[in-house]
Design a protein around this ligand. Structure first.
Ligand code: LLP
Length: 431
């Protein structure tokens, strides 16, 4: 998909760049991003809102993959940015991302993080809880100034996805409950606070979601609520942020709908509900992460050892694993892969791809059809662009792989390979 092709030597190319050459140049493991696909996805979201004539902001949920270069690319595409920590915010500022287009999320933002955001003049703070409202109040009282705010609400929707990435259900650590008066109380508090400009509400129902039903239910609930608030309290939201979570295809088991369709379905419902209640159409903000960068990323590994358990399974080990892609171990996530240097060779056997971490659970792919491989062959695992590098770690003191952008036949290193010395750089000896 995207700009992936197989050349005359049967080798996988991405963005017109030969993956075998990339492995020689940068080593493995390696993350490769097809940036034309990211641009296409970004434009797709923006164009859909434009076609529908709806004022919108598309914020890239940077937790999916944050680095200076990706933030610069999103800036080029005119997107806003969703950050959830001082670290992501700092990276965005270093990338030259316009601070007024950054939205600050998180269920336990610290005093220091909030002070940093307010000092920088952050575009919007998505307030998650009462404690945070108080912290913001205290900081503004101390330093003066003002800030735009959205309230994160929990609409009480159960989306169909993995439990760990569900967020819209009532029993969730995130946001003010819509159902029991919490959200209303927060709205009243925020409206009354000096220096706070309450723009509206935010909700995010979960991630890797394949139906529009959940988004539609959430939008309905939110608009019903704000309609009653308008009547009772005269509060009119300018913005409704419906979050991210649009699912993508990892394997044949996934049947995502086109990203534009999520937007169209949500907007149809919002327009209906707004009309029904006689409200003005608010701005609609969304914050996709995975659906912008997920399928643009490919991980490239070298194959090393194998082990055959007779009559049961053949394990083929690669030079990475749960240190660069924790998703299979954490969510039983599934991936497709090919031998990048033998991409034209027919499939001959079924193997299971093992990582190199000291843990039985470090399996990247179970039962993968592949041509017969030998040590040194390259394995390309697809759709690793979201929550791969961003969740990478140094388990077993394995250095994190570098990141390369490819587009139009050119490659560019955007994150260096971590070295052993980088890993050691924070250690202090006893003597
Ligand atoms: N907005 C909020 C408030 C979120 O919490 C998230 C994701 C997003 C937007 C972006 O969701 P996306 O469009 O990427 O689905 N580590 C997990 C996913 C956790 C998602 C957390 N929040 C994974 O690897 O599947």
């Amino acid at each position: 998909h995207g700009s992936q092709e197989i050349n005359e030597q049967g080798q996988l190319t991405i963005g017109g760049v030969n993956t075998v050459k990339l492995a020689e140049q940068y080593g493995t493991p390696l993350y490769i991003y097809d940036t034309s696909l990211i641009r296409e996805r970004a434009r797709g979201f923006k164009d859909t809102f434009e076609e529908l004539g709806v004022k919108a902001e598309v914020a890239y949920a940077s937790k999916a993959f944050s680095s200076i270069a990706i933030f610069q690319l999103m800036k080029e595409e005119g997107l806003s940015l969703d950050v959830v920590s001082g670290g992501e915010l700092h990276t965005a500022i270093k990338a030259g991302f316009p601070v007024e287009k950054i939205h600050f999320h998180g269920n336990n933002k610290s005093y220091e993080e909030l002070a940093m955001a307010l000092k920088l003049g952050i575009g919007c703070i998505v307030v998650d809880n009462f404690h945070e409202l108080e912290l913001i109040g205290a900081i503004l009282a101390e330093r003066g100034g003002s800030t735009k705010v959205l309230l994160r609400v929990t609409p009480g929707i159960e989306a169909h996805t993995h439990d760990y990435i569900l967020t819209g259900q009532e029993d969730s650590k995130f946001g003010f409950d819509l159902g029991n008066g919490q959200a209303e109380e927060a709205m009243k508090k925020a409206v009354a606070m000096e220096g706070i400009e309450l723009l509206g509400l935010h909700c995010h129902i979960g991630s890797q979601i394949f139906e529009t039903t959940g988004f539609i239910l959430a939008a309905r609930k939110i608009i019903d609520t704000v309609a009653s608030w308008e009547e009772q309290h005269g509060f009119v939201p300018q913005v409704i942020n419906l979050g991210g979570g649009f699912g993508i295809r990892y394997t044949n088991e996934d049947q995502p709908i086109p990203p534009a369709q999520y937007v169209k379905d949500m907007i149809t419902v919002v327009k209906e509900e707004v009309e029904r209640h006689g409200l003005d159409m608010p701005e609609i903000w969304i914050e996709p992460g995975r659906s912008l960068v997920g399928d643009a990323g490919t991980s490239l590994y070298s194959i090393g050892s194998t082990k055959v358990v007779p009559e049961v399974r053949k394990y083929v080990a690669i030079d990475g694993g749960m240190s660069d892609n924790i998703r299979p171990a954490l969510y039983r996530a599934k991936y497709e892969a090919v031998l990048a240097n033998k991409a034209g060779t027919p499939v001959e056997e079924t193997v299971s791809i093992a990582g190199k971490c000291c843990e039985s659970g470090d399996m990247l792919i179970w039962d993968l059809p592949l041509p017969v491989s030998e040590p040194g062959d390259l394995l390309a695992v697809f759709c690793t662009g979201a929550y791969g590098y961003s969740m990478a770690n140094n388990y077993n003191r394995i250095p994190r792989p570098p990141v390369v952008f490819v587009e139009g036949g050119k490659d560019r290193l955007v994150v260096k390979r971590e070295t052993y010395e980088d890993i050691l750089s924070l250690d202090l000896p006893l003597d």
